[in-house]
Structures are given as structure tokens and as C-alpha cells.
Design a protein around this ligand. Structure first.
Ligand SMILES: NC(=O)c1ccc[n+]([C@@H]2O[C@H](COP(=O)([O-])OP(=O)(O)OC[C@H]3O[C@@H](n4cnc5c(N)ncnc54)[C@H](O)[C@@H]3O)[C@@H](O)[C@H]2O)c1
Ligand SMILES: [Zn+2]
Length: 376
């Protein structure tokens, strides 16, 4: 039995922010990152809110949001008596806002509903439609996914104008995160026809548009397509969960502080090879599904072996065109640092909630060999 449910209302396109104009008599707690305030971009949000509302802006978000920021945000949210939270930013701002709302309601025993609106400014995490929030305990060097339907946004506003200022490297990192979400949701043990339909469409959109937005960040039509891809991939993995690629990325991200999408992309070819498991089974479900994705984007895939080779080559070529590192070594990590952390990373990756739905059940040696092969 599959239960398919979508809670988030999605407004997409040029006038999506107009949804904010109808909000009235609310205490609105806006969670964002310093860039949005310093660049003045936050005004595209605040200008839509009438003065019938009270506003407070919390702009102290940093990438991979640490727990101390969540605590200060949740305290500020409570003192302000927020009735609504609007998260404006990349996955870090949206995830932090989700956690602030979730913990504030529990710690301060608030009964009232707090409406949550997510306005993504990167096309990457899909956090605007997911029940995931990824938090970082910087001291312990661990990333924790908080997964609960209580943090699903009620409304997501997808206006690609907000993404236009993302520089090439952030555009590439976040866009490849979308591709990783598609691939992981598609081969997840929880995948269904419903999640597959989102993953397939998002996968095609990324391949058609990521180079365009990387070359020209002002290409609004390609930007909007990538924004849709990010949201669709979020819908896919909200139904099917992710896999070992994210399990390792969460564990390694907490130690190496490599941007999330770039880290996923370093691992991607080795993860595909591991999941396809061609040495033991020429026709595994994962191998067939990867091969089907290759076919969808016009690559040769007359059998799973050829399909997987075409797919992996296409991803490696894309990574090169996007100026992304192809290994931890080329990212700039020293062998010493890598070796120092790799055992802890392997253990944490096996415990990560996203690893549970990987098509192949890994052990520590499997993770270590994926890591070693990705070092370069
Ligand atoms: N909740 C989920 O479902 C989910 C899924 C995958 C990843 N994540 C998490 O999300 C975080 C990564 O989010 P992200 O990749 O969106 O990046 P991010 O939110 O960390 O932002 C990266 C950088 O981009 C800047 N930025 C954002 N929008 C910009 C714009 N329009 N113009 C210029 N600069 C801009 C930010 O200021 C920041 O410096 C990680 O913590 C990751 O673990 C969450
Ligand atoms: Zn991701």
C-alpha cells in the first residue's frame, strides 16, 4: 500500500511572490541569510507584505546551519510571538527555519499553528516541499537529518528571479544536488510510479538546463526550469527518501565542510557503480533504472552495462563543464585529513537515515572503498 499526499501549495513563476500580498494581521518571523539582507534582495519579500503585519528578520543563517543558530532563532521566534514563519534562502535558511519552528513549538509548548512559507533562492535542495531539515552539530562534527511531516511547508513560492544572483559555483553545486536527489529517489527501495514520475522529469530538466544557467545566470527561462526541477526532485525524495550518496555526504560534510552539492557530485559516479552492482548481477533493478534514465536523455543504453557507462560518462563530462572537482584530492583535501576522518565518516554514513533506503545495503568496507575511490 502506498499513501501519496502533498501538503504544500506551490506558486510558481514571475508573480509567485504576489501570494504574500494577501497575508494580514500576522507576526511574521523571516529567516534568511546575510546575503539576502546585505544585497537588499529581502525587500522583494518585505515589499509584498502589508503594514497590517508585524515583521522580524532573523538573518544570521550560515551554510550547514549549526544547532546554536537554531537555539537563538527559536528563542527569538518565541519572544516575537510569531504566527507565521517565512524562510527565504537556500536549503540552509529553509532547514534552519523548519527546525526553529519545530523546536519552538515543543520547547515553549505553543499550541497555535504557525504557518510556514518557504521561498527558495537556490535551485537545489527542494527543501520547500520536503519533511527534511538537515542540522549540523559543529562541535561533534555530525549532521542530523530531522525528518517529520510537522516541518512540511504549507506554501512554497518559486520565483526564479530570486536565484539569478547565485554565482556560477553555487549554481553548479546546487544544480548537481538536484541531479543527485533524482538519482537517489529513483533507485530507492521506496520508489513508486509516483516518485519515479517526479524524478524522471526533474532529471531531464536538469540535463537540459544546468549548463545554460551555469554559462548565463541571467537566463530566466532556464533558471525557472531548474527551480521546477529542484522542487520536483524534492517531491520525489519526499516520497521515496534518498540513499547512500546523501548518507556519506551528510557524514563527510560535517567533517570537511565542502558545499553539499559539490560533495554529492564527487561521490556520484562511485555510488552509481556500487548500486548498479554489475559484478554480481547484470540486471539489478538499480542497474535497469539507471539505464532507463540514460535512455531518457538520449544516451545509448542497449543493455544496463552500456546504459550505466553512458550515464556515468555523461555525469563526469557535465561535472567537468561545470568546473566542479572530480575527487576529494582535486577539491583540495589532503590525504592526511581524509584518512584522519574516513572511518568516522563511514560509520556515520551507515547510521544516517537516508542510507536506509539505498538499493544495496552497504557495510563499512563498502563505504570506505567508495570514499577511497572518490579521493582520486
Ligand atoms: N531539507 C532538505 O530536503 C535538504 C536536501 C538536501 C540538502 N539539504 C541541506 O541544505 C543545505 C545546502 O543548501 P543550499 O545548497 O541551497 O545552499 P545554502 O543555503 O547553504 O547556500 C549556499 C550559499 O549560497 C548563498 N546564496 C543562496 N541563494 C543565493 C542567491 N540567490 N544569490 C547569491 N547567493 C545565494 C548563501 O548565502 C550561501 O552562502 C545543506 O545544509 C544541506 O545538507 C537539505
Ligand atoms: Zn541534497
Amino acid at each position: 500500500m502506498n499513501k501519496i499526499r502533498f501538503k504544500t501549495e506551490i506558486w510558481s513563476g514571475d508573480n509567485a511572490l504576489n501570494a504574500l500580498e494577501t497575508i494580514n494581521q500576522q507576526h511574521i518571523f523571516i529567516v534568511t541569510d546575510p546575503f539576502m539582507v546585505e544585497s537588499g534582495k529581502i525587500e522583494s519579500i518585505t515589499a509584498k507584505l502589508t503594514d497590517q503585519n508585524e515583521l522580524k528578520i532573523f538573518s544570521d543563517i550560515v551554510p550547514d546551519p549549526p544547532i546554536n543558530k537554531i537555539i537563538s532563532g527559536m528563542t527569538a521566534l518565541n519572544e516575537f510571538n510569531a504566527t507565521m514563519v517565512i524562510a527565504v534562502g537556500g536549503g540552509s535558511a529553509i532547514d534552519a527555519a523548519k527546525a526553529m519552528k519545530f523546536f519552538a513549538q515543543r520547547v515553549f509548548k505553543k499550541q497555535e499553528t504557525i504557518t510556514f512559507i518557504a521561498v527558495p533562492t537556490t535551485s537545489g535542495t527542494g527543501s520547500e516541499v520536503t519533511n527534511f531539515s538537515v542540522l549540523t552539530d559543529a562541535e561533534a562534527g555530525v549532521k542530523y537529518p530531522l525528518v517529520t511531516d510537522d516541518i512540511l511547508p504549507q506554501v512554497a513560492l518559486l520565483d526564479a528571479n530570486l536565484v539569478k544572483t547565485a554565482p556560477q559555483n553555487i549554481t553548479a553545486d546546487t544544480g548537481m544536488d538536484v541531479l543527485t536527489h533524482c538519482l537517489e529517489a529513483y533507485v530507492s527501495i521506496n520508489a513508486t510510479d509516483f516518485s519515479d514520475s517526479f524524478a524522471e522529469k526533474a532529471f531531464q530538466l536538469v540535463f537540459e538546463n544546468i549548463e545554460k544557467v551555469s554559462r548565463n545566470g541571467d537566463d530566466l527561462s532556464a533558471r525557472q526550469k531548474m527551480h521546477h526541477a529542484s522542487c520536483l526532485a524534492g517531491m520525489a525524495f519526499n516520497l521515496a527518501n534518498l540513499g547512500l550518496n546523501h548518507g556519506i555526504a551528510h557524514a563527510a560534510g560535517a567533517k570537511f565542510h565542502i558545499p553539499h552539492g559539490r560533495l554529492n557530485t564527487i561521490l556520484l559516479p562511485q555510488i552509481i557503480k556500487y548500486n548498479a552492482n554489475l559484478e554480481n548481477d547484470l540486471n539489478s533493478t538499480a542497474a535497469q533504472k539507471y539505464s532507463h534514465l540514460a535512455k531518457l536523455i538520449g544516451l545509448s543504453a542497449s543493455n544496463p552495462r552500456i546504459g550505466i557507462r553512458s550515464l556515468t560518462n555523461a555525469i563526469c563530462q557535465l561535472r567537468k563543464k561545470l568546473n566542479m572537482p572530480d575527487s576529494f584530492h582535486n577539491y583540495g583535501l589532503t590525504k592526511e585529513t581524509f584518512n584522519h576522518y574516513k572511518n568516522d565518516i563511514a560509520q556515520a554514513a551507515l547510521r544516517d537515515g537516508t542510507t536506509k533506503s539505498n538499493p544495496r545495503k552497504p557495510n563499512k568496507e563498502d563505504v570506505l572503498s567508495i570514499l577511497d575511490a572518490s579521493f582520486g
